[in-house]
Design a protein around this ligand. Sequence first.
Ligand code: SAH
Length: 339
Amino acid sequence: MKNIYGVTFSQLEDYFTNINDKKFRATQVYDWLYKKRVKSFDDMPNIKKEIREKLNSDFNFSDIKIIAENKGKDVIKFLFELNDGEKIEAVLMLHDYGNSLCVSSQVGCNMSCTFCESGRLKKVRNLETHEMVLQILKIEEYLNMRISHVVLMGIGEPFDNYDNVVKFISIINSGKGIDIGSRHITVSTCGVIPKIKEFMNLKSQVNLAISLHAPNDELRSRLMPINKAYPLKELIETLKEYIKMTNRRVTFEYILLNDVNDSKENAIELAKLIKGMNAYVNLIPYNETSHIEYKKSKKENIDIFYDTLKKNNINVTVRREFGSEVSAACGQLRANYMK
Ligand code: SAH
């Protein structure tokens, strides 16, 4: 039996066509699920009893549970327990422009970035589509508020769980359902090139962010083992193609690690690497973790790095620091909870 929150709108239309019912039933069901938020087919009175019985035998509403929360000034971190007892997290950030939820895509992560807490736990499994959708629904219900922006930057590598992530995006983006606009959705990847290409062919208008973190292969392979499989030159070429195909600007995330990747030379090299691309760089102050060999860059080095990129005509912003007080860096709440 499938979980109803993992079914895309077009899959649901096909379902009703297949059982010789009307296609528009999908609109009705989505309306009950996502606009009115009912949690049982029996609470959908405009759907005939025999159809409801059929739905009850084909789909379930099994849930995920909030088991801990950690509140900061404008950030709340949630720990969820899944049906099989696995735990994941999501981080809600309250911005002046809206409420943004950072969603996890896997239990653990196999990418082994050397600075990242999430990779301490190897991938246990992919999240099912409904387990991603429910992170949004549960938090909206719990806090009685709407989430306006979603970023796939929690635990896991979204493009290592490609099919479920694409379905997730389709469900939350559907105007018949949760209706979060494409430009309010961001998927972040460490650079799984074949999946970037697949994604590009969908011509999706969601934002694509690339975790770059280094301007050359030697350094990047040291920080991010994925770079050995998908090196920079190929990655940059793929992204140029992506920008051309989708007409969308891409974001480069660059964590600043003290004395590792934050020199002025690194900034110059980065500017050269991405020169002329429709892209911008988001500099991220490192959130210190149990990887004690990495420290946050000094303020003056962040400033020099930023100014150097600016002078070289690169669009750049420094990410506001969110959630260091609640251990909001990937994997930290889960790690603390497990201790
Ligand atoms: N696997 C995906 C998405 C998850 S990580 C990816 O690699 O993009 C989301 C972002 O947070 C990535 O850019 C990641 O490199 C960054 N990140 C990981 N640990 C961090 C930390 N301790 N401080 C700041 N950013 C961190």
